[in-house]
Design a binder for this molecule. Structure first.
Ligand code: KG4
Ligand code: ZN
Length: 368
């Protein structure tokens, strides 16, 4: 069993191997400088939430334009924050998939231009591998033990929800155990937030309101409750809430709103924790990672910690800022590729799809 990060260069002897990470796959323009042992030297994120909020979701064309405007100052701020120049970098990592094609192109073209001009190696990173890599990030003044390989990763974001067995931080070393058949968990939070008039993104607001609510006040269905299945489905839960709002309207009284948020969040969290435990049991593993934007949820973090401590599991949940989209996770995943000798050079292309093989088919269930 490997208990150290994939690349522990030993701070005292080895020269630092520093990678600039660039992330523009969705609605955050981000850049970071991370060393190959996971230390985050800088981490800059320019959120576009305000641009998209009036539309209740992400507008791809707006996202690309905002990335174009923000990418240069964000990269400059990341280099300045880390106190390094281009000459002191060992490589560049950029999110190349999955994501909005136009948004991905902005980051990839900038990364290619910089790599060409500065004669640096450049690698494309899968955003999902990036989220899993966040478990290895070390922020100043906030040290924590990296996870032991192999582990089960629960990845819960706005676009993806899946359980993986992770033997190595590379696409070949990550196997999907089950995923959502319809909405991702974050998507469900955002849709319910919209239904309840809470604005976009719904996740953080529901999280805050749920902490003051009583989940027992509303009876909601359990999503995909079949005990052994590692697939998820959140659309039924969302539809039940939509019907409730259609019949009664969104709760006007603050306490009732908090109670409804608590009931919804508890159902989602119970499902995520229960299925993770089934996956850990099935794979006979005791190392558990939770990552992606929804891993910032306080209810999920608390429920997972309680489940892990009762069962003696070792749980790693990155800091909330490392759970939501950022470039530090991309830089670290890229460092792993660069240290394996990879350099995608000018052949780097974008794709809207993940490179991780899928077992669950959206809307249909497991592949035969
Ligand atoms: O990983 P991420 O930043 O972007 C994607 O790759 O999708 O995840 C964004 C998602 C959004 O759906 C957002 O509502 C959700 O993560 N989210 C949360 C919380 N913070 C962000 N959901 C529940 N509770 C939170 N505290
Ligand atoms: Zn993400």
């Amino acid at each position: 069993m490997n208990s150290s990060p994939p690349f522990d260069l030993g701070a005292a002897q080895a020269p630092p191997f520093r990678v600039l990470g660039i992330e523009t796959s969705c609605d955050e323009t981000a850049a970071a400088v991370v060393s190959a042992d996971g230390h985050v030297l800088s981490d800059v994120i320019e959120s576009q939430v305000a641009s998209h909020a009036p539309y209740g979701g992400i507008v791809p064309e707006l996202a690309s334009r905002d990335h174009l405007r923000n990418v240069r100052p964000v990269i400059e701020a990341a280099l300045e924050g880390a106190g390094v120049t281009f000459a002191e970098l060992d490589g560049i990592a950029v999110t190349a998939r999955p994501g909005l094609a136009g948004a991905l192109h902005v980051g990839v073209q900038v990364a290619l231009g910089l790599a060409f001009a500065r004669e640096l190696p450049v690698v494309g990173v899968d955003h999902l591998v990036g989220h899993i890599s966040a478990a290895y990030l070390q922020y100043p003044d906030c040290p924590f033990a990296p996870p032991r390989l192999p582990f089960v990763a629960l990845l819960v974001s706005g676009g993806h929800t899946a359980l993986y067995r992770v033997d190595e931080l590379s696409a070949a070393g990550i196997r999907e155990l089950g995923a959502t058949r319809d909405d991702a968990a974050g998507e469900a939070f955002d849709k319910v937030g919209k239904l309840l008039g809470l604005g976009y993104p719904g996740g953080p607001v529901i999280d805050r309101l749920a902490s003051q609510g009583d989940a027992a006040c509303f009876e909601l269905p359990r999503p995909m409750s079949r005990r052994d299945s590692l697939e998820f489905s959140f659309s039924g839960l969302k539809t039940t809430l939509a019907r409730f709002v259609e019949q009664h309207g969104a709760p006007r009284e603050q306490q009732a709103l908090c109670d409804l948020c608590a009931a919804f969040q508890t159902r989602v969290v119970d499902t995520l924790v229960r299925k993770s435990l089934v996956a850990l049991e099935q794979e006979r593993l005791s190392s558990w990672v939770i990552c992606g934007g929804v891993a910032a949820n306080q209810g999920l973090r608390a429920a997972a910690e309680a489940a892990a401590s009762t069962r003696g599991l070792s749980l790693t949940v990155p800091l909330p800022r490392a759970c939501t989209d950022n470039a530090a996770m991309i830089a670290y995943a890229g460092a792993c590729r660069l240290l394996r000798g990879e350099n995608h050079g000018l052949s780097l292309e974008v794709s809207p799809h993940t490179e991780l093989p899928r077992t669950t088919r959206k809307g249909r269930g497991a592949r035969p």
